[in-house]
Design a protein around this ligand. Structure first.
Ligand SMILES: Cc1ncc(COP(=O)(O)O)c(C=O)c1O
Length: 387
């Protein structure tokens, strides 16, 4: 096809733009986008009520009891991660265990190193899940470890780590358990009362809002004890919490439109049937996509019991005619924006299965992939070997 001719059939409200099959920003509903067609005064009672609703709604969604607080932080997910690490991870002799199995675990370790908090790292590479037993063994081997940081769904590969099993081992040893549930919260079951002390996520993931803020759910006594510990003025979670509690306002300019969109997105999440229903839709998306891609000859990085419903990693075909940039652009002009790979050793690409997308969109992307492979004259889809 003529690559200068756009042939979009994108999401409602922006049919001339592609579906975003990525881990975020992702495709949102037309009504979520429409919720941004108003300018809210950040000091006004209506906006402060909206912020309070969002904070309470998130606590309820995570099954938090009265002992938890929700603090919203402006900026992308990494802003809340750095704020939480700076607030809760100890200085001095005691250490944080970072369990890394991909880029986001590595990034948490890098932040802690940068802000001078002692760490121990379990490094699983980028396609293997850590086991609860190896984390227990690391904790037993080093009593100076007091805090543990784990990713729920490692979006680098899409693998889902066994959070409940890990929580049991961590809590049996009375350590603080912190979870980056950025790409999973709202679609994969997570109960804070299972022993999660701190959880971080953001506005543009499985609740299907737009980018603009991130949030931390945390035990109130931990917030209280974090006073004065942050390395940063802007990312000081304690001060952010105190500001929100004092008058319902943000310390600095809030992302008003993103919060209004998220408020609507939370209503739509509940109307769909909450976490279970959302997770089911994404699981169906993943199932259709994986089957279709395998039927064509692609290989997935992960086995079916490792891969979650959030994002799928496909290994780059060895056919010399395959070129990711061309593949990407040819899919994009057909209405589907996919995602590059992020593995350190194996060439790959990813297709997200979250956002306001369903079976029809998955069938659409499969048809587009078939067309593009023919256009590129790619026939050998067996994977390139690890580099
Ligand atoms: C598991 C996980 N952690 C952290 C992040 C970083 O979030 P952001 O890019 O919004 O800063 C992401 C982003 O996709 C993620 O998937």
């Amino acid at each position: 096809m003529d690559t200068t001719t756009r042939r979009f059939n994108g999401p409602p409200g922006q049919e001339d733009m592609p579906y975003l099959l990525t881990p975020g920003p992702l495709t949102t509903s037309r009504t979520v986008k429409a919720a941004m067609l108003a300018d809210w005064g950040s000091r006004d009672v209506e906006f402060r009520q909206l912020v309070a609703d969002v904070r309470n709604g998130l606590l309820n969604l995570a099954g938090c009891d009265e002992s938890y607080e929700c603090v919203i932080m402006q900026g992308s997910g990494t802003f809340a991660i750095e704020a939480a690490l700076g607030a809760f991870c100890p200085m001095g002799e005691v250490k944080t265990l970072v369990v890394a199995n991909g880029a986001y675990g590595d990034r948490a370790a890098k932040i802690l190193e940068k802000i001078g908090r002692p760490i121990v790292k379990i490094d699983k590479g980028d396609s293997a899940a850590p086991s609860a037993e190896e984390i227990a063994a690391a904790l037993d081997a080093d009593p100076a470890i007091t805090h543990v940081w784990v990713i729920h769904c490692e979006t680098t590969s899409g693998i889902v780590n066994p959070i409940s099993d890990i929580a049991r081992q961590v809590k049996a040893r009375r350590k603080v358990f912190m979870v980056d549930a950025m790409s999973s919260f709202g679609a994969l079951a997570l109960d804070m009362n299972d022993g999660i002390d701190v959880m971080v996520s953001s506005s543009n993931k499985c609740i299907e809002g737009v980018p603009g803020f991130s949030y931390v759910l945390v035990k109130r006594d931990m917030l209280d004890m974090s006073r004065g510990r942050s390395h940063s003025v802007v990312l000081d979670l304690y001060e952010q919490w105190k500001g929100l509690e004092a008058n319902g306002q943000f310390r600095f300019t809030p992302p008003t439109h993103a919060l209004a969109a998220f408020h609507e997105a939370m209503k739509e999440h509940a109307a769909e049937g909450g976490v279970a229903a959302r997770g089911k839709r994404y699981a169906r998306n993943a199932q259709i996509l994986i089957k279709g891609m395998r039927d064509m000859g692609f290989s997935t990085l992960l086995s079916d019991n490792e891969a979650g419903p959030i994002i799928q990693t496909f290994l780059t075909p060895r056919d010399p005619n395959f070129n990711f940039e061309r593949f990407y652009e040819a899919l994009r002009i057909r209405g589907f924006a996919i995602y590059p790979g992020k593995l350190t050793k194996r060439p790959s690409f990813r297709i997200g299965t979250i956002g306001k997308v369903d079976e029809k969109v998955m069938q659409g992307v499969l048809t587009a992939v078939t067309e593009v492979l023919a256009e590129m004259n790619v026939t050998d889809l067996s994977p390139l070997e690890a580099g």
